[in-house]
Design a protein around this ligand. Structure first.
Ligand SMILES: [Zn+2]
Length: 316
């Protein structure tokens, strides 16, 4: 039994009140970068009109909470998230942090490790951008051949802010080699890897590298569920390999789907439009069951693991 609470856009929610949690999704994302003239701008009502059916479909199949991974630099917009949180019973969890180096806004480039960590701790404990909305986790990202020196600073700041708040650190990491380097840096900075999520671990094709990270205590996140570019049978194989190695407690599953794109007049991302949040329940879990994964294991991976990963131990 996991205790504690998740910090959502609407405030703290006890984990025992939650069921299925999607640990890596996107509601509102702007990949033009923070220097684009209209960066991250949109009317919340317009975003809600487009995204509400996708949230309703997710709620209908049992999703109770959704982690919004669009961090600083790729469109984090608190007004939009607040508005969306009112049109769905699904709890939305907002990030602090910074995306990879080429998306880092100028205002964050010159900060020391300590000053950056202080800013992130403020987001986590007081509120984001003058609102009362607190971040529920720290989302960072590594360049494909990173971490760059700026991203090393971000890793150290993330470790420091996590140690002060217990917030989990989620890092977009596209290969096992980069994941190894960042885990070294995080551990040297005093972070227990039980507070680290390797996002996009499915981009590393060698399952022994997933296992190595899981054995070090990190969460290994396969977050391309339902994505047409990722063979789903490979994701099932990766998941089964960790289960069979006794590491089921380290697995996270999500779609990395969405999202409203403010650069498009209709909000639909140019490549293929919006992807929804239902393939996990409708397709992927049945595929796991067909390979012998029990209901208890499905519950562990889709309810208990994300609750444990994102939970804060203390009451707010
Ligand atoms: Zn993502």
């Amino acid at each position: 039994m996991i205790s504690g609470w998740l910090q959502t856009v609407k405030g703290a929610v006890a984990v025992e009140d939650l069921g299925l949690i999607l640990p890596h999704e996107h509601l509102f994302t702007d990949l033009r970068g923070p220097l684009a003239p209209d960066y991250a701008l949109a009317e919340p009502e317009a975003v809600a009109r487009v995204m509400e059916p996708y949230l309703a479909a997710a709620q209908a199949i049992g999703v109770t909470a959704l982690v919004e991974c669009s961090t600083v630099g790729v469109g984090r917009n608190i007004a939009v998230l607040q508005y969306l949180a009112e049109v769905t019973p699904i709890y939305v969890i907002a990030p602090t942090g910074a995306y990879r180096e080429d998306f880092t806004p100028p205002s964050l480039r010159e900060l020391s490790v300590e000053a950056l960590a202080e800013e992130w701790v403020r987001d986590l404990t007081e509120g984001i951008e003058g609102t009362e909305v607190r971040a529920g986790f720290i989302k960072i990202a590594m360049s494909d051949d990173g971490p760059t020196p700026l991203e090393v600073r971000n890793l150290k700041a993330a470790a420091l802010a996590s140690r002060q708040t217990d917030a989990v650190v989620v890092s977009h990491t596209a290969s096992g080699a980069v994941a190894r380097r960042e885990m070294e840096i995080l551990e040297s900075a005093g972070l227990d890897l039980g507070r680290f999520i390797w996002a996009h671990a499915n981009l590393e094709p060698d399952p022994t590298v997933h296992l190595e990270a899981a054995r070090r205590g990190a969460y290994v996140e396969f977050d391309a569920v339902g994505a047409e570019w990722q063979p789903q049978s490979a994701l099932v194989d990766y998941t089964l390999a960790l289960i069979e190695a006794g590491c089921a407690e380290r697995i996270l599953l999500s779609h990395d789907a969405g999202w409203y794109d403010p650069s498009q007049p209709d909000g639909q991302p140019e490549e293929g439009g919006i992807r929804g949040y239902t393939a996990l329940v409708e397709e992927f879990i049945p595929a796991l069951r067909a390979r012998g994964v029990t209901d208890d294991l499905v519950h562990l991976i889709t309810v208990t693991n994300p609750a444990r990963a994102f939970a804060f131990a203390d009451t707010p």
